[in-house]
Every structure is written in C-alpha cells, then in structure tokens.
Write a protein that binds this ligand. Structure first.
Ligand code: ZN
Length: 278
C-alpha cells in the first residue's frame, strides 16, 4: 500500500468539494497554490468558465485531470427521453476529452417520474451506456460507472452496488470502467470481493470523503476524511491491492460545513487528512 504521508503526488480535488467558494478559475488557482496536483471538474462549473478557457487554465497550472463529473441521467425521461439524454452525454464526452479527462463519471439516473419500474430503469441504463460507448471509445474517454448508495436509487442512480457495476462492465466490454466512491460503497459486505473482481483495468477513479454517523442531509452532508466512520485505509488497501495506482480524489458535498469555510482552509484540511487518515 502506498505511503501518502510524504507528499501530495496522488491527491486530486473534485471541484464539488469547494463549489460554493469561487469560480472554477479561482478553484484551479487555489488547488495549484495548495500544492495539489490533481483536479476533477464538475460540468456546470466548467461550462460557466467556458470549456476552452477551463482547459487552458488547467494546463497553465500544470494540473492533471482525474475525471469529469458527470454524465449519465439516462432514465429521467423514460425510454422516450433516451435520445436526448444520449445527445447530452455525447457533448459531455467531448468536454471531457477537451480538458484531458481520462474518464467521464456516470451518475446513471434513477426512476423516471411516476415510475416504479426499477428493473426497467436498470435495463435502460444498460442500453444508454451501450449506445454512448462508440462515441466515448472514439474520444478516448472511459465511461466510469459510479455506483451510488441505495438511498439514491429513486432519484439519482439505480446502479447501487459495485457488483452491479461489474456486471455492466462484463456486459459492455472495453471503454467502460468504474468510479469507486467510498461514500457510496463502504457499507457493502461484498465490497472487497467486488474490488478484486473489478481489478486494475476497471477502477478508473477512487473518490474519498467520510460518512458522518448522524447524517443531516442525504445529498450534501458528506464528511471530511477522518470525521466519520469509514475505514479509509482498509478500502484503499483493497483498491491498491487490486492494482489501482491512480489518484485519491476528494469529493465532499457539504452544505452545512465545508462549503461554508474559506477555500484555502478546505484545501489545507484535505491535504492534512489525506496524509494522515487515508
Ligand atoms: Zn463520487
């Protein structure tokens, strides 16, 4: 297992972590000033900046892009809405390629409005990924399926376990991978086995934060590493044991705490916790 305590070589910041603290340009500047080498931008922040300008700023600051958040949402309009979702996803793939992102993180979508058809939503996700795949392969961008915690099955993602994501990878072949986020997967009794099954080739992003035992908001009360109950070294050992040697990407949606603190303080804390508790 890698020693993270000496330097920030494998640290990346997902820009959602500091989304309330500034524009993408300010966030890029802050990340570079904090001596952090990696960044993973969110789509709304990049679009507000302009894709070409964002790409230029990231390059000018010497940052490595570890992912682009996010594509997916195949199911919101039901089967009839899939074509529009695919068009939007192709644009997201192009934006990911423009900033040099190795993968587009896929939050696949939950149930369509008024629907109770969870198996149907899951098969629509598989169809959507299959239809998007040729465009992603041509662009050299891996579609990184991110299993989300089951509490989001209705409204965000009906892929909820690493096992499901592995099954999709088995079915779809090259060009599809997995974004493994400890927040969504830490509870899974099958986690270690499924990490080993995914292996080095499939795990294309590793997202870290913490699970606060008394969560106050289902979406945006994620904890700083070390403030919650996730055994981060245990999961990282499994991921690295499977061969993963990429970045640890800090992704903390925290409207009640970290989004209220100054940019530099949040980034300094990310560095300190990454070095000591991850
Ligand atoms: Zn994530």
């Amino acid at each position: 297992m890698r020693d993270l305590s000496k330097d920030n070589r494998f640290l990346s910041i997902n820009t959602a972590t500091v989304r309330e603290q500034g524009t993408l340009a300010q966030i890029i500047d802050g990340i570079a000033r904090a001596g952090i080498p990696g960044i993973s931008p969110w789509r709304d922040q990049l679009q507000a900046c302009g894709v070409a300008e964002g790409a230029r700023l990231i390059r000018a600051h010497g940052l490595s892009v570890t992912g682009y958040c996010r594509g997916g949402w195949f199911t919101s309009g039901g089967a009839a809405g899939l074509a529009a979702a695919l068009d939007d996803n192709r644009r997201a793939v192009d934006e990911a390629a423009a900033i040099g992102a190795p993968c587009l993180v896929m939050v696949v979508g939950g149930l369509a409005s008024q629907s109770r058809d969870l198996p149907g939503a899951r098969s629509l996700v598989r169809d959507g990924l299959a239809a998007l795949l040729p465009h992603a392969r041509a662009a050299g961008v891996t579609l990184a399926i991110e299993p989300l915690h089951p509490m989001y099955a209705a409204d965000r993602a009906c892929v909820n376990t690493l096992s499901q994501a592995n099954d999709l990878c088995d079915a779809l072949g090259a060009g599809v991978g997995i974004a493994l986020d400890v927040y969504h997967t830490w509870w899974d009794p099958d986690l270690e086995r499924q990490i080993a099954r995914a292996g080095k080739d499939r795990i294309v992003a590793f997202h870290i934060c913490d699970w606060l035992a008394t969560t106050r908001d289902l979406l945006a009360d994620r904890g700083m590493m070390g403030d919650g109950v996730i055994d981060l070294p245990r999961i990282r050992a499994a991921v690295e044991g499977a061969g993963y040697d990429g970045f640890c990407e800090v992704e903390i949606l925290s409207k009640l705490d970290w989004w209220r603190r100054p940019l530099a303080e949040v980034l300094e804390t990310c560095v300190a916790r990454y070095r000591t508790v991850c």
